[in-house]
Design a protein around this ligand. Sequence first.
Ligand code: YSA
Length: 352
Amino acid sequence: MTQPSADSIHSLTQRAILQLAEASDAEALEQWRVAYLGRRGELTNILRGLSGLDMEQRRELGALGNRAKTELEERLAGRTAEVSRAQQDAAFARDRIDVTLPGRPTIQGRLHPTTQIVREITDAFAGMGFSIVEGPEVEWDRYNFEMLNIPEGHPARDMWNSLWVDYRDEGGRQPMLLRTHTSPMQARVMESTQPPVRVVVPGKCYRYEATDATHEWHFYQIEGLAVDEGITFADLKGTLYEFARRLFGEERRVRFRCDYFPFVEPGVDMSIDCFSCDGNGEGCRICRDSGWIEIMGAGMVHPKVLADVGYDTEKYTGFAFGVGPERVAMLKYGIDDIRHFYSNDLRFLSQF
Ligand code: YSA
């Protein structure tokens, strides 16, 4: 055990102070505390040795030793605060955030051009009193064809190149397909509603056909149906003219021609003059030299279709139409190839 003396207390204190200045983390500080102030620390040993001294020396060296202990404890507290501040500063410097830097721009998505045009078209009809409903994309043969006056074996089925789904249940194979048009919703809506009916049905359709500048194998249609007392062909023309005016402006020309769909009588197709050749048609691959682009089929709902859903055909008449929104967008924005819509090229999509 160290023999206590004023010198030994003094020199131990000086040594401890010098060593404390070198302790630069929590571990070194703890080691220093144990070495000098711990239960077996150097200063503790000196103070313990005081008991063997006489009264006078004990009082004198005891006071000196206690002052040294207090000083070392205070210095330890000060150094601990210093070290922790230095560590904090280092951490701040390492993880520094410059709050004055401009933020990184977030990439903003936007609605697909088809979604935009579908909304524009449905809004135009909603403004004329039509409600919007949706239906299944995988459809029974019954709704896609039979309820539309196209029974099995009817040659008109060839107008729609169908993608059949091989669906079987306990009853055997059930004819099911990816709907070739949105017209099946005519029967579905009428089966569950009594006139007056005014609906538009946006949705996706599928056809097993070769693609070209104006044909895709999957595309959208928007079906329209109005049934009420006293509806005539004039209502059909007026509604579709108004739609064309709302979407394309007054200057666009519109043409109706006779067409055949088994679920209407009479049937028409509606075309708009070609944006690409301004209706001239010469050498134009968009309108295939015709000067016109067909955007929809329409007609007066066939009485058999009305009768099959239980409507009184003496009382009610109606008109229906099916428009291709991609073709409408092509006209509106001067897009020369329908295949751009679904080829996922951001250079195309980000223009809308
Ligand atoms: C007809 C009479 C009605 O009372 C109601 C609806 C109809 C439309 C009928 N269901 C139908 O599908 N007719 S259609 O085959 O001529 O297609 C209608 C519109 O869908 C076309 O004018 C065109 O704009 C679009 N379309 C058809 N096939 C397409 C296509 N768009 C892109 N790619 C295709 N392959």
